[in-house]
Design a protein around this ligand. Structure first.
Ligand SMILES: Nc1ncnc2c1ncn2[C@@H]1O[C@H](COP(=O)(O)OP(=O)(O)OP(=O)(O)O)[C@@H](O)[C@H]1O
Ligand SMILES: [Mg+2]
Length: 368
């Protein structure tokens, strides 16, 4: 499946934009602030109903307007058109999703029809940021490829918040410690299920990540990926014992201090040191891109579908060789849309089936 064309109305800096993409490689090139990322954002909205930048719908409506429309025509697909429309007036807003002109009411019936992965400069936060960002990154992939994991995670969150409520009420003598037993058992069982899925996933994800890293970095040493678990003994009984051992600490803290919600994914340098602490900006950028490549491969393996790849100007910290390796590694079977401020030394003519678009002032986009 690929994006044949896009139609945007009153979206960000675009009043009315139509672009016909190549089924292969596409370059969107233009100065800062000319609307390159906005085009990728629009594709992410049409594919996933929401912005990959986390923007509210009202922020994506062109200033001074009250509604936006993002429509995609798809090639090599059982359905031709997917579209999202949003309209607001004071005290009221409405968002509609349609497939081939028919309104879709359930998010789960719309989501996942067009598979996309977007590489963004913010991905560096997966390496540099708080553990929560890494958990969120991996949870999102797992939830996309395994629906059972998504419902297990929902169940875990419910148990965790009930247990946390009880811990607080014990601290101010409204609840009793004996009431914790039932929640501890449920937490141990639920944690076990989640941890097992995460461990299995990491063992299949890691080789893709390492291959992707060496594919871009050439001879540079390849980092390894590990899961840092709060629990040592990964059996339901072992987890239960650990939770029980932490009971006093949890009551004092008024929260559950150990579990899958506190675990972390760690990248290690070949020398055993933390990758985030001993690597250069370019090496971290390479690792963040390799994480995304491995995400794409995981989704393709699980669905048997090709993913549309969007690369939002992640080149600035890469040297020329890594930059070329990245572009070459992506040019091929997938549809890829790159944005960049300038093509620099990149020989874009060398890419067969490639199309180039130039963004300019006031929402002008020129196909070259
Ligand atoms: N709701 C909106 N209505 C109109 N214009 C908007 C709106 N939101 C953002 N813009 C404009 O969109 C432009 C930013 O677009 P975008 O982020 O796509 O730029 P870019 O080409 O990716 O730039 P960079 O190279 O710096 O990443 C800004 O000029 C901003 O003023
Ligand atoms: Mg941008």
């Amino acid at each position: 499946m690929f994006v044949e064309s896009i139609v945007l109305k009153r979206f960000r800096n675009y009043d009315n934009l139509e672009i016909e993409f190549s089924e292969g490689t596409n370059f969107i090139v233009g100065p800062n602030g000319s609307g390159k990322t906005n085009i990728l954002e629009a594709i992410s909205v049409a594919a996933n109903i929401r912005s990959f930048r986390g923007a509210a719908d009202s922020e994506m409506v062109k200033w001074g307007e009250e509604s936006y429309f993002c429509g995609l025509f798809l090639g090599d697909s059982p359905f031709r058109q997917i579209e999202i429309g949003y309209a607001s007036s004071p005290g009221f807003s409405r968002k509609k999703a349609k497939v081939d002109g028919r309104e879709i009411h359930r998010v789960s019936d719309y989501f996942g029809r067009l598979l996309t992965v977007i590489y963004s400069p913010c991905d560096i936060l997966i390496l540099n940021g708080a553990p929560e960002l890494r958990r969120r990154f991996f949870d999102a992939i797992l939830a996309r490829i395994d629906r059972e994991y998504l419902s297990m995670l929902g169940e875990f969150r419910k148990i965790l918040s009930s247990r946390n409520r009880l811990l607080k009420s014990i601290a101010d003598s409204r609840g009793t410690e004996a009431e914790l037993d039932v929640w501890d058992n449920m937490l141990a069982e639920s944690s076990y299920g989640i941890l097992k899925k995460r461990m299995d996933f990491i063992s299949s994800f890691t080789p893709s990540f390492r291959d992707a890293y060496s594919g871009i970095a050439g001879g540079d040493s390849v980092p390894s990926l590990g899961y840092q678990c709060c629990f040592g003994d990964l059996t339901i009984q072992g987890i239960n014992d650990k939770i029980l051992g932490l009971r006093k600490k949890d009551i004092a803290a008024g929260t559950t201090t150990a579990g899958p919600h506190r675990d972390d994914y760690i990248l290690y340098h070949e020398n055993g040191r933390l990758f985030s602490a001993c690597s250069s900006q370019g090496q971290k950028r390479t690792a963040s891109i390799a994480l995304k490549n491995a995400e794409r491969i995981s989704i393709e393996k699980a669905t048997g579908e090709r993913v549309v790849v969007m690369i939002d100007d992640v080149f600035s910290e890469l040297d020329a060789e890594r930059r070329e390796n990245l572009v070459e590694s992506l040019h091929g079977e997938n549809q890829v849309i790159f944005t960049m401020v300038n093509t620099g030394s990149l020989d874009t003519i060398a890419f067969s089936n490639a199309r180039m678009f130039k963004t300019g002032p006031s929402g002008a986009v020129r196909a070259e």
